[in-house]
Design a protein around this ligand. Structure first.
Ligand SMILES: [Zn+2]
Length: 241
């Protein structure tokens, strides 16, 4: 018996001079009778996330488990929607937050103010744990020290979080902007290639590995950004990517 997966919110490889837009991938997995989300998106994603769940005939209360790839705001801030879910996070990432390692690393994306609320609901795991039926945690440190991807073992689909942020960085062997270590991040890329046939990045569309001459995306997403910068003209539409 395998796992069904689908992208609830598409991650997009966008950033701006103003800072991180944080549009990350939110993945829905159904396996062994369990309904599982991988990452939750951020506040700005809430309305669309609820709509997408409704389209799947799911209420947030029906989500059994939320697997967090790492503890950055754009991946965790909607945790409170899922009142019945257990949250899973690697022990190393838990320590990175709890012990204040993120402060030493000058990592500005850890939403420490919610930690007290979510911490009692988190079950941590160590390396290579089978965290849900047919889903194994894969250490992908570098971006943060405790970052884990989740491998749908039978399908060889790796939900990589920001262990692989986007295909652009991946094919250039550019590590994701890191609060961990660059060499670890590159090693994580190699681990991802060895284990997966499909990578679902933290901020991009799913693509096949190994990558041949061109990146082969499995699904195309686009997003329209509206700019009302000129009050005397129609809002300008910019479509990404
Ligand atoms: Zn991140």
């Amino acid at each position: 018996m395998g796992a069904d997966w689908s992208i609830l919110l598409p991650g997009l490889p966008l950033s701006s001079e103003r800072g991180a837009l944080g549009w990350c991938t939110v993945t829905l997995v159904r396996t062994g009778g369990r309904t599982i989300l991988i990452d939750t998106g951020s506040y700005g994603d809430r309305a669309l996330l609820l709509t997408r769940l409704e389209e799947e005939n799911l209420s947030p209360a029906a989500v059994d488990a939320v697997l967090l790839t790492h503890f950055h705001f754009d991946h965790v801030l909607n945790f409170d929607l899922f009142e019945n879910a257990v949250f899973r996070l690697s022990e190393r990432e838990m320590n990175y937050v709890e012990d204040g390692g993120f402060r030493w690393a000058a990592d500005p994306y850890v939403p420490f103010s919610i930690f007290d609320k979510i911490a009692p609901r988190i079950e941590t795991f160590t390396e290579n744990a089978e965290v849900e039926p047919g889903i194994r945690a894969v250490d992908l440190p570098g971006h943060t020290p405790g970052l884990c991807g989740y491998l749908l073992e039978k399908e060889r689909v790796l939900v990589a979080g920001d262990g692989v942020k986007n295909a652009w960085e991946f094919i250039r062997e550019e590590p994701p902007p890191a609060f961990g270590r660059r060499d670890e991040a590159l090693e994580s890329y190699r681990r991802a290639i060895a284990l997966a046939s499909i990578i679902i990045p933290g901020h991009d569309r799913p693509f096949r590995v190994p990558v041949g001459e061109r990146v082969e995306y499995l699904q195309e997403f686009s997003i329209e950004v509206l700019s009302a910068g000129d009050p005397h003209a129609s809002p300008r539409k910019i479509t990404f990517p």
